[in-house]
Design a protein around this ligand. Sequence first.
Ligand code: SF4
Length: 429
Amino acid sequence: MNEYDSNRILDIVKQIGYHKTEFLSEANCFLLNTCHIRDKAREKVYHEIGRVKKNFRSKAKPLVIVTGCVAQAENEEMLKKEPFIDLVIGPQAYHKINDKINEYLNKKKRFEETEFDAYAKFDYLNKIQNSLGKTSSFLTIQEGCDKFCNFCVVPFTRGPEYSRPFDEIFYEAKTLAESGVKEIILLGQNVNAYNFEKYKLSDLILEIEKLPQIRRIRYTTSHPKDMTKDLIDVYGVSKKLMPLVHLPVQSGSNKILASMNRKHTIEDYLEIYENLKEINPLIEFSSDFIIGYPGENDEDFKYTLELVKKIKFINSFSFIFSPRPGTVAANLNLVKKEISSKRLLIIQKELFENQIKKNKELENKKIDVLIENKLKRGDQFFGRSDLMTPVILDGEEKDVGKIVKVKIIRSNQNTLFGEKLKTSNLKVA
Ligand code: SF4
């Protein structure tokens, strides 16, 4: 979501003359769009600002803006703590950024703007064009969260659940399609909680896939509680919804799930898995795991490991629990670091082995790859399989934006390497 937001912020500030530079030292405005999910988010922001400061020690100070969820969580504290920061703008207020920059430049007075105003934000974003011309593009359909998992800051930093109007999303998808986008990734903190009037995520998928230019549709991040029958059934009828289901489970233990306030059980999760596999046996699951959540004992961890062995997740994320200030879990007793670290190694070994095995199974097979771009170095190209796995191949400039048949020659844990089959270039649109 931050990548989407950063691109939209760039679209907005272009209107008042800013453009992107690859060279820090030539910037006259430095904008840091921050994420609060990862460990030590605040510290990383101040560290990054310190790095910029050093670069500008003997030069005119650039305008320094912090946006995103750390900005929301810290707000005026940031201005007090770091005088080098000029503006602090929350994730639901970045549509006002040009006015805020002008206000600052006129008055030379530092301030923060962290109002929750998702409706006004998206209303504004509808009026600007997507200028980046990418093959694969995010499209935010929903923001915020009402689930209040005990470890998570999102309900506090992104606010309550808000679903964008159906027609506006379709209009944005159409604009993206007409500007060369072939794959749309529908985004939301709770994307499958999308609910606007009578429309749900399943309706959006079926509507967007009518756009002939769009060849692939994905969505992230979803919650097991919102994997409703209509959404599961879409996997049986959609021609463009990709067969990778990213569905965070967090733990394999019902006791820990209840303590996390996840609002689903392992039985619920397995039922979703079985139902989807019945519709399409080629569907694969990826997930997020929190290891060493407070109260996790050996038996709880054993349940998580059993789940990983059963589902054989690919492309997954696993982290040791780290407390976020202001959340319920921040007040709970931590599992000893050495125990969590040991469990993380065990779970990652299992996840990585699954992945290596799945990638290996594709060697000497032909798969469809959507080519996204040429690699910066060399003559090779980058694309993704239908399961989102990165593929590196020899190709041609004209292949960018096309789905091509690729024979996989070799693989490693994260990447497939292949060669394009000349006769079967599938033209897009
Ligand atoms: S459902 Fe996701 S975004 Fe919402 S509180 Fe839980 S982890 Fe955070």
